[in-house]
Design a protein around this ligand. Structure first.
Ligand code: B12
Length: 220
């Protein structure tokens, strides 16, 4: 099978929730030397398709759960290879979590993996994190960057509340840590509504942004 066929075959298999065949193809592609990040990218496209089918009522919630599970299993196969291939020596600390009311964590976990591969220290607060917890951890850890993840439209209000709280003056001091929001439905308008400094829709751009922010800090 050509590389293009392999990529579209994986998209079809995951979107059709063919767990075993999808995992076999991932293993085959890894054995054939395919770039693990390309495989992750293909699976992300698949999850988007699953989401569309759910929206069109072709799929129910069980399909979202199944798709999430397949993606987790794919990550188990590719993660060790990504970890050996990437290495970096950044020293920045990033505080990260999925905002209150939202339990989607596949994207956040991907970002955590990549950031760690590039040498960042990530404090992952998990999912459904209330604004007060972000603030408490930001004050305790003093990270260089704060990342808020959220996939639901409802999450924009949680993000906004979190940013508002983080930006409140504490004992006369303002927390000026850059805040990045991430999730595949975000755009500039949402970022302005939320009051965050940056928005990102994929993990690799998130890593590049963190690298840029830290290098600016060093030179300023
Ligand atoms: C899998 C899935 C689930 C799983 C999640 C499992 C898990 N452990 O995460 C389960 C079954 C739990 C689930 C539940 C629900 N889901 Co859901 N889900 C999905 C689905 C299919 C895939 C999401 C995903 O993992 N994508 C792959 C990852 C890799 O992409 P990502 O999350 O965007 O992350 C990337 C970037 O955005 C970025 N990133 C992410 N976070 C951050 C943070 C920072 C700081 C940075 C820099 C970057 C970054 O990096 C990642 C890698 O590149 C999407 C469809 C879609 N189009 O997204 C629907 C989707 C998000 N879900 C949806 C809905 C409606 C729900 C439910 C409300 C369904 C229900 N009726 O109960 C519940 C909500 C539960 C809750 N309170 O959170 C809707 C949201 C619609 C909306 N606009 O609000 C979607 C869009 C489906 C749809 N089209 O209708 N879901």
């Amino acid at each position: 099978m050509s590389e293009k066929d392999n990529r579209s075959a994986l998209t079809t298999l995951v979107a059709d929730l063919e767990e075993q065949q999808a995992l076999m193809l991932v293993q085959q592609r890894l054995d054939g030397g395919d770039a693990p990040l390309l495989i992750v990218e293909d699976c992300q496209a698949d999850l988007r398709l699953v989401g569309e089918r759910y929206e069109q009522r072709q799929y129910f919630i069980s399909a979202l759960i199944m798709a999430g599970e397949i993606f987790r299993e794919v990550m188990e196969l590719v993660q060790p290879i990504i970890e050996t291939k990437l290495s970096g020596n950044e020293s920045g600390q990033i505080l990260l979590g999925t905002v209150r009311g939202d339990i989607h964590d596949i994207g956040k976990n991907n970002l955590t993996l990549l950031l760690r591969c590039y040498g960042f220290t990530v404090h992952d607060l998990g999912v459904d994190v209330p604004p007060s917890e972000f603030l408490a951890q930001a004050l305790a850890l003093n990270p260089e960057i704060i990342g808020l993840s959220g996939l639901l439209t409802l999450s924009y209000d949680s993000m906004r509340e979190t940013v508002d709280l983080l930006r409140q003056s504490i004992n006369g001091h303002l927390l000026s840590t850059p805040i990045i929001i991430g999730g595949n439905q975000l755009n500039e308008q949402v970022c302005q509504y939320v009051g965050a400094d940056y928005w990102v829709t994929d993990a690799m751009n998130g890593v590049r942004l963190c690298q840029r922010l830290l290098s600016n800090k060093e030179t300023s």
